[in-house]
Design a protein around this ligand. Sequence first.
Ligand SMILES: *Cc1c(COP(=O)(O)O)cnc(C)c1O
Length: 452
Amino acid sequence: MMDDKLKRREFLKNAGMIGSGMVLAGLPTLSFSALGDGKPAVLGGTKAYTGSAISWPIYDNREGKALLDVLQSSRWGRLTGSVTQQFEREYANLLGVNHALGVSSGTAALTAIMGALDVGPGDEVIIPVYTFIATYNVVVLNHALPIFVDTDLESSQIDATKVDAAITRNTRAMMPVHLGGTPVDLDKFKEISQRTGVPIVEDACQAHMAEWRGSKVGNHGLAGAFSFQSSKNLNSGEGGAVVTNDPNFFRACTSFHHQVQEGIDKSYRDRVGTRSTNLRITEFQSSLLLAQMTRLEDQARRRHENAMYLDSMLKDIPGIVPAKLYEGTTMSAYHIFMFRYLKEHFDGLDREQFIGALAAEGLVCGRGYGPMNKSEYVQALASNKHYLKIYGKRRMKQWLESSECPQNDILVSEQAVWLMQNTLLGMRRDMEQIAEAIKRIHKYASEIKQAI
Ligand SMILES: *Cc1c(COP(=O)(O)O)cnc(C)c1O
């Protein structure tokens, strides 16, 4: 399957080269660009990026056999099988954490953690404003109040220096997100947690294998949540895991995710209260994860190496600012390669035009998340009847006002550009072509601006 795709890609690449050669012969004036010497594709040059944005997911017979084995065993659910337990052992070993619990999604992992913390009405949970909406949703599903913290423009991560100001006596947890797979400033979070007693929940849904000071993320607070949804660096279609080093908390999460069928004792009732649900993973998902894990370390290394190389090249282009890694980062998962685009260095060419010009070069980029705090969906919380009943009109008005995040507004409205993880699975030469594509656009920015 993959082989066929690769062959087709090679064919297309060669066909493209022949094509440009023919243009060259017919129109010698184009030879400058056809030699790869600089004219952007959007102005009629040849594409800078011929690279192989690796199609995702990657699989072979390993996955086929794993799934078939579960099918033919007739043990399809975790209550009848043992594949999930094997996955949990191996994932915990890989992360160097004491306990891992497989669940049905990343959202389910966060939900189990919220449940085991007994987060409920009147509680506040601190989250970054720059994240996938699931981080917000799990808080609101418990009728707790999500407290937004603004973004550090240099890293695109939650600004840890602004967390203290967000803590009140109602704060139940801080839920930083290792966005794009890069760790937040965990030293700062740990210091706050020790001083205030507020536990850290790591939303590590994008950060498989990322490390802070040599220790994998998910290890640095009370618990961590991972997602195995199809776009993530470890993929079983849907799926997730809770990891923790606290045996009691692990038991509480396990019970919560399995209709209180385990560990129903006084300490559980005191901690979790009286709620629980079904968030179980299937044996099919766990078997896929075990197969995918045979590739995970190699892929993680390749993404990291390619990202470092790309980072070193992009840094030299004025107006391109790759997201900073905090000093304690020993490994980023690079689920997303995030950089800021500063149009003042590109003759005012705006971000949409820049992304369009990159698409013409053959490179697909995203513009990242929108301003979550300003979305209609989030703003409607201030007038939600349950929230008005729990928190009162004044508090909800105040909540809305204090949800302003001016740094994030700048990032999302005009600067953020994202490259996804599969682009980073390419070759070193692909990274050089990405840098070349951006350099061309930089050089010809004013012409592009007039042309499109
Ligand atoms: C993907 C993701 C989630 C949710 O994971 P699902 O498996 O899709 O439920 C939560 N938080 C972040 C930051 C994510 O990227």
